[in-house]
Ligand binder design. Structure first.
Ligand SMILES: [Fe+2]
Length: 464
């Protein structure tokens, strides 16, 4: 007679290996010296206003239409509206100067009144072309530049940066500086939410939205930042009479949401090079029958993987998170949207919110059923990899506390500040690297070759 005490462990090991549970993740052994995250003082050089009375400041750009041959230029003039005009020309045709007019807006928040916030969309640009643009008039003109993405196509390489939860501390400055110095030369930033952290200051001091705008300009004026909204963008504060959610963010950051038939600037999609990027809002309704739910349901079948093989989702609150901070906060959206992510073979979901770095295995929990007692994430080659990039360096500090033991779905986790690079090579391969601030900006603390879920859907843990 067989010894049942021998068979049972073998059977258990077999079942666990089927479920992928024996493939344990890695918690980094890197120990970052703990220090307080401190906001840079208001008179720091990175916050200084540009010279000249009423000069354009807080300049930032984002993609201006669905396929990337338009750019939304945004800036602030502090004292007077002046002009909403943008002069621009391509490097190839410097004598052919053009201009476009935009709109101006402003808002009040408690005892703060914003400057004049301008948004101007430059349309019908050539693809893959460097443009210069000029803001302001007279002596107070400022010149910037950007390069449009290549025309959408399946094998078009493109290098995306990924950052989130930056804020405006000394660590934030290190993150942004390292990002800009990364020799991979990222061309477009995917920003996963929580920009200024103005709401961490008394009465949501909106002066900190202005200092943030000036701080980020050195990158945001020169390359498109594609932003998902985070909880620090909500600025809902009924105790001081501020009951309009997202008021500062929506006045300052525009998106081309109408081009993807979205009813809200908080969620939308764009196509860029070989990627289809879906931006979602963790803090807008997403339950069944809500506008965001209906929009995403209609959007996913429209993704044309023949033209854009890479399907990327940006959403602030992570759907998988093994830290003790914000643990399980992403569950409602996971239950709502994960089956669609798997059905439509999303390649990667980038999130923020948890102030640390984490990369998941390709797993799903779409069998979720609280009554069956068997619900846990399983290996699923159709599922996305979930990457948490809430490690931008904000005032709230790092999330050091992790759930123990590390769950099998978590491939790598580390409580350090840093930035990521998602480098698309062609329709089959992309290379992701994560760069912690404590290293030189070129050092990869974690990395992974991504195999496209449509064109090369093999397990990345093997050599394929
Ligand atoms: Fe957050």
């Amino acid at each position: 007679m067989a010894d049942s005490s021998f068979i049972c462990p073998l059977l258990l090991a077999f079942l666990l290996s089927i479920a992928g549970l024996t493939h344990g993740g890695k918690t980094s052994s890197f120990v970052r010296k703990q220090r307080k995250s401190v906001c840079m003082p208001i008179n720091s050089d990175v916050f200084q206003e540009p010279p000249g009375f009423n000069s354009p400041q807080q300049v930032h750009i984002t993609q201006g239409n669905y396929d990337g041959n338009a750019v939304i230029v945004s800036w602030v003039t502090p004292k007077y509206p002046r002009s909403t005009r943008v002069h621009y020309w391509s490097e190839k045709n410097p004598s052919q100067k053009k201009h476009s007019h935009g709109i101006s807006t402003s808002y009040k928040y408690y005892n703060y009144t914003s400057g004049f916030i301008h948004h101007c969309t430059l349309k019908n640009l050539a693809f893959d072309t460097k443009y210069y643009y000029v803001l302001g008039v007279g002596h107070f003109r400022r010149t910037f530049s950007f390069t449009t993405p290549p025309k959408v196509g399946p094998d078009v390489p493109h290098t995306f940066g990924v950052m989130g939860d930056i804020g405006q501390t000394f660590d934030s400055n290190t993150t942004l500086t390292h990002y800009m110095a990364n020799p991979k030369n990222p061309q477009t930033l995917l920003f996963v939410g929580d920009l200024s952290y103005a709401d961490d200051h008394p009465f949501h001091d909106n002066v900190r939205w202005d200092t943030w705008g000036r701080f980020a300009e050195k990158s945001a004026a020169y390359q498109a930042w594609i932003c998902a909204p985070g909880n620090h963008e909500i600025d809902y504060a009924p105790e001081i009479g501020e009951t309009t959610a997202f008021k500062p963010f929506l006045h300052r950051y525009y998106s081309p949401y109408k081009d993807s038939q979205s009813p809200s600037p908080l969620w939308y999609s764009v196509r860029r090079a070989s990627a289809h990027i879906i931006v979602l809002s963790s803090y807008s309704a997403f339950a069944k029958y809500s506008p965001q739910h209906d929009w995403l349901k209609g959007e996913l079948p429209k993704v044309n993987r023949t033209e854009t093989p890479w399907l990327i989702v940006l959403v602030h609150s992570p759907l998988y998170n093994s830290y003790n901070y914000h643990y399980m906060e992403g569950e409602p959206m996971r239950v709502a949207f994960e089956p669609w992510f798997v059905e439509h073979k999303v390649d990667v979901v980038f999130s923020g919110h948890v102030h640390a770095y984490e990369r998941s295995e390709r797993i799903s929990n779409i069998d979720y059923n609280i009554t069956d007692g068997l619900s846990f994430p399983k290996r699923n080659p159709d599922a996305p990899v979930y990457i948490t990039m809430g490690d931008g360096g904000n005032i709230e500090g790092l999330a050091y506390s992790m759930t123990q033991p590390q769950p099998a779905y978590s491939a790598y986790r580390e409580a350090s500040f840093g930035h990521g690079i998602f480098d698309i090579k062609n329709r089959t391969h992309a290379y992701f690297s994560w760069h912690r601030n404590d290293d030189g900006y070129a050092v990869e603390a974690d990395s992974m070759w991504f195999y496209n879920r449509i064109y090369y859907p093999v397990d990345e843990n093997t050599d394929g």
